[in-house]
Ligand binder design. Structure first.
Ligand code: DGL
Length: 279
């Protein structure tokens, strides 16, 4: 059995350590953005596993392996807590990640599910990758908070390439959304969980298709709010100064850079870290 990665002891006080965030690629920048907006003082290290993207169509064994390796790599960067921004990774690998590291780990599914119960909707739609939907993780968590809820899930795999292509407000994106979301409209869901890092980017298209009566729940935003509370309760929250951000990608950073400009509205520097260095 592999040894757990622990917080490395050094002279820096724990609160001053960075937060780690990882995703299968650039989509998790939606979660990064929410964290940054809420906690401008925190230092954040973001890892996008662009070499293995997409996770949504991969096996559980592969996703667990990639996720655990990245969590260990981030622990070696001395992070104080980890956010698994990727819904697919949270759905299939969260317990293995938690077993592999000795720092607090937050996934995106419980916060998303908790938000559904807060709204109190009876019929809840969940959209995500094939892996997330197949796992049934959202439905399981929603039922824990709200046993009488009825959950309707739909995988929307084409949304990811459409977002990455930058076709955010294109007719073709709306046409694809109309096809994917038809069964949820028929089921008359009253709220819809955006259970994938990329979907908040096309929230306005999804809202247009679903209509104004359907509340859209952004799991990433909900996660950022819960994560802040977790850091507060563990007395790990840094409260002063202006935080820095560092970005890693496991493949050529070119595409990451281009997309990050669109996602964040500003330029960043991305360090490439080769697989042999983060295993
Ligand atoms: N980040 C993934 C998620 O939130 C979407 C992209 C992928 O399939 O890797 O599920």
């Amino acid at each position: 059995m592999q040894k757990k990665s622990t917080i490395q002891k050094n002279s820096i006080r724990e609160t001053a350590r960075p937060i780690g965030v990882f995703d299968s690629g650039i989509g998790g920048l939606t979660v990064f953005k929410a964290l940054r907006a809420l906690m401008p003082e925190e230092d954040i290290i973001y890892f996008g596993d662009t070499a293995h993207l997409p996770y949504g169509s991969k096996s559980k064994a592969s996703i667990v392996q990639f996720s655990v390796e990245i969590a260990r790599f981030l622990c070696r960067q001395n992070i104080k807590a980890l956010v698994v921004a990727c819904n697919t990774s949270t759905a299939v690998a969260l317990s293995e990640i938690k077993k592999a590291v000795s720092i607090p780990v937050e996934g995106v599914i419980v916060p998303g599910a908790r938000a559904c119960s807060r709204i109190g909707s009876q019929k809840i739609g969940v959209i995500g990758t094939e892996g997330t939907v197949r796992s049934g993780a959202y439905a399981k968590e929603i039922k824990k908070f709200f046993p009488q809820a009825r959950v309707f899930q739909v995988a929307c795999p084409l949304f990811v390439p459409l977002v990455e292509e930058g076709w955010w407000n294109f007719d073709v994106t709306e046409a694809v959304a109309r096809i994917y979301l038809k069964s949820l409209q028929k089921a008359r869901v009253d709220s819809l969980v955006l259970g994938c890092t990329h979907y908040p980017v096309i929230k306005s298209v999804i809202a247009r298709v679903m209509g104004r009566k359907v509340s859209l729940i952004d799991s990433g935003e909900e996660t950022a709010k819960e994560f802040e509370k977790t850091l507060e309760s563990l007395k790990l929250r840094k409260k002063k100064g202006r935080g820095w951000s560092r970005f890693y990608a496991s493949d050529d950073p070119g595409r990451f850079l281009k997309m990050s400009r669109r996602f964040l509205g500003s330029s960043i520097t991305v360090n490439q870290v080769l697989k042999k260095n983060f295993e």
